[in-house]
Design a protein around this ligand. Structure first.
Ligand SMILES: [Zn+2]
Length: 495
C-alpha cells in the first residue's frame, strides 16, 4: 500500500474515535482455528508425544505461528522456548526370564506390569482359575491364567492382574506371572505398547539425582503360545528372572510468548492463557489407525491460544498477556509443574490463569468451567468475570456438575491449571468435557465442532480481556483448599 494512502487511513480512523477500531475479538475467526487445528492435529504431527521429536516439531510449529500472530518471545533467554528434562524409567529388554526352563524374550514373550528391579529364583504355585484360597504363595511364584470376563472393556487385563495382586500381596509371593492366551491379543497389545515407554517422572527442581527404579515384586505377563506347553499345577517348575531397568532423560518443552500491556503501571502484571500441545503419539492401532491425533485433547486449546494472541496483539490489554503451551501434560502435567517452579516472569505477577483442555466436542450449547464452585473455586472475582464474559459473548449453558469433588472423573485434577491453583494463583479450566473418542486414535480434527471451538475461544479471550483491563486484579479466596489429592489420572494419591 502506498505510504500516503496509509497515512490518510490512520487519520480517518483517529478522527472517528474508538468506535472506528475494529473489536479485537473479531480477530478470532473460525477459518483460522480450522486451518491451525488441521495442521497441528494432522497425521504429519504424529500425535505429538511428550519427550519425542514429534512434540518438538509441534512446539516449533506453535512458536512459529505465535511469532506470526505478533506475540513476542517470553521463554528462557529471549526465546519462545523453555526446555525441561523428562525422566523415563523402563524395564530393560536385556532382562532375562526363564519359566519352566523355557527362556522368554522380554518385550516379546514376556512383559512387565510395573517398573521394578528384581532377582527371582523360586518354585511355581499354579492357581486353577482366579481362586487363590489355600494356595502356598510365600516366597513362591504365583501363576494364574487370564480368562477374560465378557465383555472386555478398557484395560481389562491390567485391571484383572491388579485384582490378583490385591488378593495375593498379604501372602508375600516372590512374583506373579499372568499367562495370557493368544485370544487376548488386543489386551496384550495394550500392555506391550507401554513397555518401551515405561514410566515418566519430573524432578521439579532439576537438581536431584536421576531416579532409580525401586526393588520390588515383579508382575509379569507371559504369552501362552511362547511357552510351548501349558503350565500345569502338577509341574514342579521354577521362575528364574533377572529384571533390570533403563533410565533416560528426554527434553520436553514449554512454548512461552507474550503481548506486553499498554498501561505502563499494569504491564508488569500478566493474565496467563494456558494450553498443552502434546498428546499420546503413536500407539496400538484401532481399526488400523495408530496415530492418536489428540485433536480435541488438546490441539483445540493450542490453536485457540494463537487466535487469542491475534486478538490481544490487535489491541494489547492494560495488563500483559502471557501464553504458555505446556509440554508433556499427558505424561503427568509435567510442563505446568515445571513452569510453576521455573517461571519466566515472577509468579507473583501472574494475576490469573485461564487454562483450556478439550474445547471442541459435545452438545454445542453447553460447556464447563472448572474452578467455578467450591471447593475448587479459588477466586470468586475471576469466576464472576468468566460468567459475565459467557453471558456477553458465548451464552453457553454452564455445566458445573464436573466441578463436584465427588465426581468420579476427578476432572478438576486433570489439566494444567492445577499446579497454578496449588501455587495460590486464581485459576480456571475451560472445557467441553469427555467423549467416547477421548484418548483413542479417533480424536481427529474432522470430529471437532469448529463453531463451538470458536465460541469457547471467544469466552476465554473475553474473560482474559476483562482481567487485563480491570482496575483491580481478581482476588484469591484465602479459604481455598483442595479437598483431597488426586494424581493426573484421577486416582486418589492419599493425603
Ligand atoms: Zn488434555
Amino acid at each position: 500500500m502506498p505510504k500516503r494512502l496509509l497515512v490518510a487511513l490512520v487519520v480517518a480512523a483517529a478522527g472517528t474515535g474508538a468506535a472506528a477500531i475494529q473489536d479485537p475479538i473479531d480477530n478470532i475467526r473460525e477459518a483460522d482455528l480450522k486451518r491451525d487445528l488441521f495442521a497441528l492435529a494432522g497425521d504429519a504431527m504424529r500425535g505429538r508425544e511428550g519427550g519425542t521429536l514429534d512434540e518438538m516439531t509441534a512446539s516449533a510449529w506453535v512458536a512459529e505461528r505465535a511469532r506470526e500472530a505478533g506475540l513476542l518471545p517470553a521463554g528462557d533467554n529471549g526465546t519462545y522456548f523453555q526446555f525441561f528434562p523428562l525422566e523415563r524409567l523402563r524395564v530393560s529388554s536385556n532382562s532375562t526370564v526363564t519359566l519352566n526352563g523355557k527362556p522368554l524374550r522380554m518385550g516379546v514373550d514376556v512383559l512387565p506390569d510395573t517398573t521394578v528391579l528384581a532377582n527371582v529364583d523360586a518354585p511355581l504355585t499354579v492357581a486353577s482359575g482366579d481362586n487363590l484360597d489355600g494356595l502356598a504363595l510365600k516366597d513362591r511364584v504365583l501363576v494364574v491364567r487370564y480368562a477374560p470376563a465378557q465383555p472386555v472393556t478398557g484395560n481389562a487385563l491390567r485391571t484383572w492382574l491388579r485384582g490378583i495382586q490385591r488378593a495375593a500381596t498379604a501372602s508375600a509371593p516372590a512374583a506373579i506371572v499372568a499367562i495370557v492366551p493368544d485370544a487376548a491379543a488386543e489386551q496384550w497389545a495394550r500392555v506391550a505398547i507401554s513397555f518401551p515407554r515405561g514410566t515418566y517422572g519430573l524432578d521439579p527442581d532439576g537438581t536431584a539425582e536421576p531416579r532409580a527404579a525401586p526393588r520390588g515384586m515383579p508382575m509379569l505377563y507371559v504369552r501362552e503360545s511362547a511357552l510351548g506347553a501349558p503350565v500345569r499345577a502338577e509341574d514342579a517348575g521354577r521362575l528364574v528372572a533377572s529384571i533390570f531397568t533403563d533410565s533416560f532423560t528426554y527434553p520436553s518443552v514449554n512454548v512461552v510468548a507474550k503481548v506486553p500491556g499498554r498501561d505502563r503501571r499494569l504491564a508488569g502484571e500478566y493474565v496467563l492463557f494456558s494450553a498443552h500441545q502434546d498428546h499420546d503419539g503413536e500407539r496400538y492401532p484401532v481399526n488400523g489407525d495408530n496415530i492418536w491425533n489428540g485433536a480435541d485433547d488438546n490441539a483445540t486449546t493450542a490453536v485457540a491460544l494463537l487466535a487469542i494472541g491475534r486478538a490481544m496483539s490487535a489491541k494489547p490489554g492494560r495488563r500483559s498477556a502471557l501464553f504458555v503451551w505446556h509440554g508433556a501434560e499427558e505424561r503427568g502435567l509435567m510442563g505446568s509443574r515445571w513452569y510453576v517452579k521455573h517461571p519466566t516472569v515472577p509468579l507473583t505477577s501472574v494475576v490469573a490463569v485461564l487454562n483450556g483442555d478439550m474445547m471442541g466436542r459435545n452438545d454445542p450449547t453447553t460447556a464447563a468451567l472448572l474452578g467455578a464452585v467450591g471447593p475448587h473455586r479459588n477466586s470468586p472475582d475471576l469466576v464472576q468475570m468468566a460468567l459475565d464474559a459467557n453471558t456477553a459473548v458465548s451464552k453457553f449453558v454452564v455445566d458445573s456438575s464436573w466441578d463436584d469433588p465427588q465426581h468420579r472423573e476427578g476432572w478438576y485434577y486433570r489439566s494444567d491449571h492445577l499446579p497454578y491453583a496449588r501455587a495460590g494463583i486464581p485459576a480456571l479450566f475451560f472445557t467441553t468435557l469427555l467423549h467416547a473418542d477421548y484418548h483413542t486414535p479417533f480424536d481427529n480434527p474432522d470430529r471437532i465442532d469448529i463453531a463451538k471451538l470458536a465460541k469457547m475461544t471467544r469466552w476465554m479471550y473475553a474473560t482474559g480481556r476483562t482481567v487485563a483491563e480491570a482496575d483491580k486484579a481478581p482476588a484469591v479466596d484465602p479459604a481455598f483448599k483442595l479437598e483431597r489429592c488426586r494424581d493426573f489420572t484421577g486416582n486418589y494419591c492419599g493425603g
